[in-house]
Design a protein around this ligand. Sequence first.
Ligand code: GLN
Length: 211
Amino acid sequence: MSSVEPVVGVLALQGDVREHIAALGRCGLRARPVRRPAELSEVDGLVIPGGESTTISRLLVTFGLLDPVRERIASGMPAYGSCAGMILLAGEVLDGRPDQHQLGGLDVVVRRNAFGRQVDSFEDDLDFTGIEGPPVHAVFIRAPWVESAAPGVEVLATVPDVPEAGAAAGRIVAVRQGSVLATAFHPELTGDERVHRLFCEMITSTLVSGG
Ligand code: GLN
């Protein structure tokens, strides 16, 4: 691990790994794929990408990464999950597969494929606590939402509570708990790096405080 210039890993088992590496690179960070425990030990923070949470869960076991990633997160390594990554970081999943594993880190209950089976994608502009400037354009693809969050979890964004949002109105779609950040949507796909910058600031402040 570097104490000077942080190295950010992207869990590279399945999903939109390249898009996250590119977004982190545009923030000026050194980003690299993580497929093995030795690679995990070299990074200061980890992104868990969007993809398919059940597949990533299975591959975490196959690649011997499930316990090492769980342990790093439990010991304070900053982690950011988008979509499937949010599902993996959640303490509990509704509508998941009974055999899917959780990495933990977020005291939330998420509902998988929450926007409805017919609704493959949904887009909206969100106010995002901690992000300055115009609203964040959020792209949801077979996305989860946070059904409930424990008191220690900071809610950073919700879907606007308007009739056009249907069942998604008012739902929690971005959260932070300590050094763990998650969004139900995919900022890696829209060319807006502000969520990645927020995560990078979380990594930098962890390194500065020696956490
Ligand atoms: N529905 C997917 C899952 O359950 C998540 C979709 C996504 O990451 N775009 O993992």
